[in-house]
Design a protein around this ligand. Structure first.
Ligand SMILES: Cc1ncc(COP(=O)(O)O)c(C=O)c1O
Length: 401
């Protein structure tokens, strides 16, 4: 998508607006699957939480992906997008037994990460095959909030609790058909993945009738030109070799699963926002945009550094700006950032806005969530309308006081 395309989209659909390039999603999917093309049975389950628009899910379906879901609503979205239940894995954390049973009734693959729930589910539904999410106790991830495989994390069943898992399996007669782990997001070092994979293999040996091993995700994508990223191709070669060896030892051709979110959609997205005002203070120049952390929370939540470009003036001389939002508390997208000269009314583009951006948006300050547009085969397709005041008020009940 070039600048003129983006400007036209901002003009036609208004700002702020999320824009996703379908071609980038397709190329990332193909990159991942070709890195693992020597694995006989590969399953890529797209992590719906990253970007859950139904049209994006349909694109994933056309590519041959399955879905990784974390709530019953994501399961329902997946089914509505046309996925069959067998193409969906449900990997919740901290949800009720009832929600897991509801998902199971719909026929999706259940993934359990809690011994108490495992025992209860196995006792009530011994015939339903279940995957187990282990916690490998590996510290990995780009930020403490997205490192989930370490010892203090609430995710997964500790690898030290395998004897307890085995006892539950024996007592209930349940069938464990998969082992899963996910150690975090933004993991750069493939040795970390390979190290954690060995823990997964060691765990898998305890279970005699598995169908798949799910290695989660967490691949790091570049946030700017020349930025470091997970070397997927090298990881593919190395893990494929180990996986194929393991299948031989295990005596069965297992499916190798991944559940990428960011890797598939992060780079496809650009968030467009308009500059409402340029404000000089004693210490800096603020560019104040018609958005805030209600629409793109990652910089405030994780300290993410999204590249910001001035789409309206890409050749202007570079100056330093602090880009901030309109939310009535600290709401900073970038500090002291070099950007082509900004004039009020310019459109700024925030890169890497495909993953965990719209899906984390809220109505904070009673603002509307933005529109979403899919750039597909040289056409701008509106895939979500901007909210209206109706959406803000629709579930509110005015009582007489
Ligand atoms: C269980 C699980 N799988 C997959 C993902 C997707 O991770 P990423 O977006 O880094 O690929 C997440 C992200 O939080 C997750 O919690």
């Amino acid at each position: 998508m070039n600048n003129n395309t983006l400007l036209k989209i901002a003009n036609d659909f208004g700002s702020p607006v999320y824009v996703y390039d379908s071609e980038k999603i397709v190329s990332q999917y193909k990159r991942l699957t070709s890195a693992f093309n020597k694995v006989k049975q590969l399953k890529v389950n797209y992590a719906v939480k990253a970007l859950s628009n139904i049209s994006i899910l349909k694109l994933m379906k056309n590519l041959g992906a399955g879905l990784d879901t974390v709530s019953i609503q994501e399961v329902q979205l997946g089914l509505k997008a046309g996925f069959s239940a067998e193409q969906i894995i449900f990997t919740p954390n901290g949800v009720s037994l009832e929600e897991i049973e509801e998902a199971s009734k719909l026929g999706v693959q259940i993934n359990i990460d809690n011994l108490s729930i495992l025992e209860q589910f196995g006792t009530k539904h011994p015939k339903v095959p279940v995957c187990i999410r282990i916690n490998p106790h590996v510290m990995a991830g780009g930020n403490a909030n997205i490192s989930v495989g370490h010892i203090d994390s609430k995710f997964g069943i500790s690898v030290h609790q395998i004897p307890h898992i085995l006892r539950i399996v024996e007592n209930t007669g349940m069938h464990i058909n998969g082992i899963h782990m996910h150690t975090g997001s933004d993991i750069l070092d493939i040795d970390v993945f390979l190290y954690a994979s060995e823990i997964l293999f060691d765990t898998a040996k305890h279970f005699k009738d598995l169908d798949f091993l799910d290695f989660g995700s967490g691949f790091k994508v570049p946030y700017s030109k020349g930025d470091i990223e997970t070397n997927i191709e090298e990881f593919g070669t190395k893990l494929t070799k180990r996986f194929n060896e393991f299948c031989k030892e295990y005596g069965k051709e297992l499916t190798l699963g991944f559940e990428p979110g960011k890797f598939l959609v992060s780079e496809s997205g650009v968030f467009l926002a308009k500059v409402n005002a340029v404000k000089q203070t004693t210490s800096t120049v603020f560019a104040q945009i018609d958005s805030g952390f209600n629409h793109l929370i990652r910089p405030m939540l994780y300290g993410s550094q999204h590249v910001i470009t001035n789409i309206s003036n890409p050749k202007g001389r570079e100056r330093f700006y602090s880009v901030v939002g309109y939310i009535c508390e600290t709401d900073t997208f970038a500090n002291n950032r070099r950007i082509n000269e900004i004039t009020e009314g310019d459109i700024l583009g925030f890169q890497n806005a495909g993953a965990y951006c719209y899906s984390m948006a809220s109505n904070y300050n009673s603002r509307f969530r933005p529109a979403e547009v899919l750039w597909h085969k040289d056409k701008a397709l509106l895939i979500r309308e901007r909210e209206t005041f109706e959406d803000i008020i629709k579930n509110q009940i005015e009582v007489t006081l």
